[in-house]
Design a protein around this ligand. Structure first.
Ligand code: KG4
Ligand code: ZN
Length: 351
């Protein structure tokens, strides 16, 4: 059984189950079906990018309302595409946090209620744990303990993973997350939202030798991050070269991306040295960045694991999979609908 092998559980004792996963923590409505015997059997994703673009970032109230509009039609579409009905579901997993509270409430309320109406178990999933587990979906599991680099729009964290659910924080960002820094730099460069893919695309035309941006907090020991100084440096560079040409934008995007990639690589190398781990799992939206993927694989003396780009950014598949792993160990949610805007991963119970 796929799930049992990857989670290290006793395969023979577990019955196959189909889990519906629901992700609504931010600006993507993602639903997926994970079958513990067959793996991922379907997924649908609706991105709200068009809704938020004119505001240059996610507007929480608009996000919640759009999740409400989309969640039922998407659930129907997903079940239809897999030729299943609601009665075929054995459990429901939904993101319970961290994230935008109003957005989380939509998925949690829908998911918990659906599970109750079907008489099946429900589980509230930690969004960042789901990101962390996404590279394990459909691939070899890394050897434990491993280092995890979690880089998303809201988090930049280095963790030591002793076992699934047993996490030690090695270091995190004191201010902006890496993805947030990409988004803000893109906004300053008028490249659009979300910033990560836009910066990466512009950087391809950039001259890497023209600007050198700082690598924050790499000149001192430790595994903490800070990206707000890089933001200020970007703004100053833009102001001193305005009005910007297309080439200026590309050159600045290139220098910015290079600085973030270099900083993350230096800290990952340190984390591996400090812990003696031989594998690194990189997850979260910024893990879709091609330069970062290539650099970590090239420069670290460790096996580097990451998911395919579509599973790095928010999606329902990672929620279904993380939920399935926890459900398989007997964890279940009560009837109360529970969501948390903030939720340290180190509070989670080991599997
Ligand atoms: O994990 P995610 O989809 O949502 C959160 O949980 O935050 O991450 C979104 C973040 C955004 O900040 C976005 O700009 C960034 O991931 N991102 C990227 C790339 N694709 C998405 N950053 C750099 N390069 C990319 N290719
Ligand atoms: Zn995310």
């Amino acid at each position: 059984m796929i799930l049992a092998l990857r989670s290290g559980c006793k395969a023979s004792k577990m019955r196959a189950m189909i889990v519906l996963g629901i992700e609504t923590s931010c600006d993507e409505t993602g639903l997926a079906l994970y079958d513990s015997a067959r793996g991922l059997i379907g997924q649908v994703l609706h991105s709200q990018i068009d809704l938020h673009t004119e505001f240059g970032g996610v507007v929480p109230e608009l996000a919640s309302r759009d999740h409400i509009r989309k969640i039922v039609p998407l659930a129907r579409e997903l079940l239809q595409s897999a030729a299943l009905g609601p009665e075929d579901l054995n459990a429901v997993a939904y993101t319970a946090g961290p994230g935008l509270l109003g957005a989380l409430l939509v998925g949690a309320t829908f998911g918990r209620t659906l599970a109750w109406s079907l008489g099946v178990p429900a589980i509230g999933v930690h969004h960042m744990e789901a990101h962390l587990l996404a590279p394990l979906l459909g691939a070899d599991a890394p050897e434990l303990p491993f280092v995890a680099l979690l880089v998303s729009g809201g988090h930049t964290q280095l963790m030591l993973v002793r076992a699934i659910g047993d996490y030690d924080m090695l270091g995190e960002s004191r201010d902006d997350a890496a993805g947030e820094a990409f988004d803000k730099a893109a906004k300053m460069l008028e490249l659009g939202y979300p910033g990560g893919p836009q910066i990466a695309a512009a950087a391809q035309q950039g001259n890497p030798g023209r600007f050198r941006f700082p690598r924050p907090m790499t000149d001192r020991p430790g595994l903490e991050f800070s990206f707000s100084g890089l933001k200020t440096f970007t703004l100053n560079t833009i102001q001193s070269h305005s009005p910007l040409t297309e080439q200026d934008r590309a050159d600045i995007a290139c220098a910015f991306e290079e600085a973030v990639v270099d900083t993350l690589t230096i800290k990952c190398r340190r984390a591996l040295e400090q812990t003696g781990a031989t594998a690194l799992v990189m997850a979260g939206g910024v893990a879709a960045n091609r330069k970062l993927r290539a650099r970590l694989s090239r420069d670290l003396r460790a096996r580097v694991h990451y998911a395919e780009p579509a599973l790095c950014t928010d999606n329902g598949a990672m929620i279904a999979y993380a939920g399935a792993l926890r459900l398989a160990t007997g964890q279940r949610e009560g009837l109360q609908i529970f969501t948390r805007a903030r939720w340290p991963m180190t509070d989670l119970a080991p599997l």
